[in-house]
Ligand binder design. Structure first.
Ligand code: ADP
Ligand code: MG
Length: 394
């Protein structure tokens, strides 16, 4: 898939509407993680270097279509200004007369951040008039908000019908390039690592990847759901019951295709989930009555590391255990390290998986860490997204 790049385009003297994802966590008015802001800096700096002035727009939280101070982007303007060491003007709304006036006064090289798009219900409803009004603010449109591209929202989707010049920022470009590499002629063997908790949310992605992958290894609630589907004992381990029938179906499909499929050879188990629990290791791949699986065991780590070492392409979604508790994080951390040491092209999707990779201190050794959880999974399920389709090169 070829999408319209911001490279080789003329932005000299132009006002560019840049859709970003500044949906950052804010506690008591303080931004607790600014990764999403820093991630947009390359695109911002590039556009400024080309002589543009920038109108930045984002959503934040779920204000339900009306202004609400707790979801104001004002703290984001301040943080962005600090990061860039440059003034970032802030508009009290995203449309209307006052915004137009501020945009008109914007000079080359200046930045204006608009207030939360979702203060208007038209944003999430994909309203065309609202999209038109947003588009009319600028001479060009750039989208770098990958995490929102699975939604047909006004500033992501409808706006491209009205914008004069449409392109994708560097973040979207890298995301699409990396995810497409998994879908189109991935280098074999292709290893899919499935863990975490939201089994139902991930099932369609798994189904779509069955025709591409060679090996599947499992951990976390995902593993217990598959183990249950095999009619093996899971004890009191967390299983996503409503996903068991689909897991059975998937096992059938895996067998039909003669894929290599593993549930953990052994497990770290406890009688209750807490920091002071005394874990033991099972002797086999099942969990006895009265016990809870909280991590994969040492034999499983060894077998999975071997799968990683053989792979040329790896996609990993979901931790192998309750990694938030240090005692139960070993399986997840060891796999992160093994992936980092492998020569495979590796992509990590999912917020918790990305956090675990960070914790293992190996984030810079991963080929690509997805920024948009839901959007990345949907891209792997469908091969495209509504917000990406409108950025495609004709
Ligand atoms: P991601 O954000 O990477 O997509 P998920 O949100 O699907 O991953 O899953 C992460 C969550 O799964 C973590 O909070 C972790 O504690 C939980 N989890 C992993 N293994 C288990 C387990 N064996 N039992 C209960 N919860 C688990
Ligand atoms: Mg998660």
């Amino acid at each position: 898939m070829k999408i319209k790049s911001i490279k080789n385009r003329n932005y000299k003297g132009k006002k560019v509407f840049l859709r970003v994802d500044y949906n950052v966590p804010i506690e008591k008015g303080v931004i607790t993680d600014d990764t999403r802001i820093t991630a947009t800096i390359p695109t911002i700096n590039y556009l400024l270097s080309q002589g543009a002035s920038l109108i930045l727009a984002s959503h934040l939280g779920r204000p339900k279509g009306k202004p609400s101070p707790e979801f104001s982007l004002k703290p984001v303007a301040e943080r962005l200004s600090k990061i860039l060491n440059k003034e970032v003007k802030f508009a009290p709304d995203c449309i209307g007369e006052e915004v137009k006036k501020m945009v008109n006064e914007l000079k080359e090289g200046e930045i204006l951040l608009l207030e939360n798009l979702r203060f208007h219900s038209e944003e999430e409803n994909g309203d065309e008039n609202f999209a038109k009004e947003l588009a009319s603010l600028a001479d060009a449109y750039v989208n770098d908000a990958f995490g929102t591209c699975h939604r047909e929202h006004a500033s992501v989707y409808q706006i491209t019908k009205f914008a004069k010049d449409v392109a994708a920022g560097f973040l979207i470009e890298k995301e699409v390039e990396s995810l497409s590499k998994l879908l189109i002629n991935p280098e074999k063997p292709f290893l899919l690592i499935l863990g975490g908790a939201k089994v139902i949310d991930k099932i369609n992605m798994v189904k779509n990847l069955l025709d591409k992958v060679d090996t599947i290894i499992t951990g976390g609630v995902m593993a217990y759901t598959f183990i249950k589907a095999k009619n093996w004992e899971v004890g009191d381990s967390k299983v996503e019951e409503e996903a068991v029938p689909v897991a059975k179906e998937i096992i059938k499909e895996i067998n039909k295709r003669h894929l290599e499929f593993h549930t953990p050879l052994d497990h770290v188990i406890v009688q209750k989930i807490s920091e002071d629990a005394v874990p033991i290791i099972t002797e086999r791949g099942t969990v006895p009555h009265g016990w809870i699986g909280v991590d994969i065991g040492p034999q499983a780590i060894e077998e999975y590391t071997d799968c990683i070492n053989r792979a040329k392409t790896i996609f990993w979604n979901g931790p192998m255990g309750i990694y938030e508790i240090k005692k139960f994080a070993k399986g997840t951390i060891e796999l992160a390290k093994a992936i980092a040491n492998s020569k495979a092209f590796s992509v990590i999707g999912g917020g918790d998986s990305a956090a675990a990779v960070d914790e293992a201190g190996v984030a810079d050794k991963i080929s690509h860490i997805c920024t948009g959880g839901g959007a990345s999974l949907e891209f792997l399920e469908k091969g495209t997204l509504p917000g990406i389709e409108v950025l495609k090169e004709e």
